[in-house]
Design a protein around this ligand. Structure first.
Ligand SMILES: NC(=O)c1ccc[n+]([C@@H]2O[C@H](COP(=O)([O-])OP(=O)(O)OC[C@H]3O[C@@H](n4cnc5c(N)ncnc54)[C@H](OP(=O)(O)O)[C@@H]3O)[C@@H](O)[C@H]2O)c1
Length: 210
């Protein structure tokens, strides 16, 4: 087991429906977060060395994982952090879209974490747009090794994970999560079939997390 000293502090931030769901089953983006959720997200980013998300969140969405307006960059400076946080994307297969919006915002390094099953052709395309592409694990990403490397090579002491559910699940399975911040929309549609804040796990695997 990895020593906590060589791992970052990991905190997850999610906005959910009133019944704790993260996203619709088809993964279409449904904007149910409030203005306050957005402010909270930026406040949380303001104390992170790196912000991390999964390929199915970053690939299709216009996200840049950055610190946002000057007010939040000043907050970072006051805490002795660089104005812009590092950005990390998880894509086990390397299927992450190299044309994703994220790669058009060049204010800080972008690191893509893949597994050894990612084919060289995909890696080559990602290396053209990312600052570093690094493999950990054969089929599933070995988050423990990846986070230890992020701390050692990139100095990441505080890592904010912004989902989606599959990345959240991977971190939880490896017991790497220190804190979960969840904001539930008060008057939100409660629908069955929506994805939970952890996804891709079977019931017995969820039981094992207890
Ligand atoms: N409400 C919120 O706060 C919030 C936050 C974030 C996202 N979302 C929503 O959640 C949905 C996306 O969530 P999601 O769970 O489908 O996807 P996700 O977690 O964003 O990304 C999943 C992808 O990440 C890679 N990955 C994750 N865990 C891995 C592991 N252990 N090993 C190897 N690769 C791994 C895989 O990439 P490859 O396919 O490339 O192998 C996988 O397909 C979207 O609808 C998004 O809008 C909501």
């Amino acid at each position: 087991m990895a020593s906590k000293r060589d791992l970052p502090f990991v905190y997850i931030n999610v906005a959910t429906t009133a019944d704790g769901k993260l996203a619709p089953a088809n993964r279409h983006f449904v904007p149910f977060g409030s203005k306050r959720d957005q402010e909270l997200l930026l406040e949380l980013r303001a104390s992170a060395d790196a912000v991390m998300s999964g390929a199915r969140t970053v690939g299709p969405m216009p996200v840049n994982l950055g610190p946002g307006p000057a007010k939040y960059r000043k907050m970072r400076s006051r805490k002795g952090l660089p104005q812009y946080n590092l950005r990390v994307v998880v894509s086990g297969s390397g299927n992450l879209n190299p044309r994703a919006q994220l790669f058009r915002h060049r204010f800080s390094p972008i690191i893509v974490l893949v597994t050894r099953r990612a084919p060289e052709s995909k890696l080559r395309r990602l290396r053209e747009v990312a600052d570093e592409v690094k493999a950990f694990g054969d089929k599933q990403l070995n988050f423990t090794h990846a986070l230890r490397w992020l701390r050692k090579k990139w100095g990441v002491k505080r890592l904010l994970c912004e989902g989606g559910g599959e990345v959240n699940a991977g971190l939880l399975q490896e017991r790497l999560v220190d804190e979960v911040k969840r904001r539930a929309a008060q008057a939100q549609i409660v629908k069955t079939g929506w994805r939970r804040i952890i996804s891709g796990l079977e019931h017995r695997q969820i039981g094992a997390l207890k």
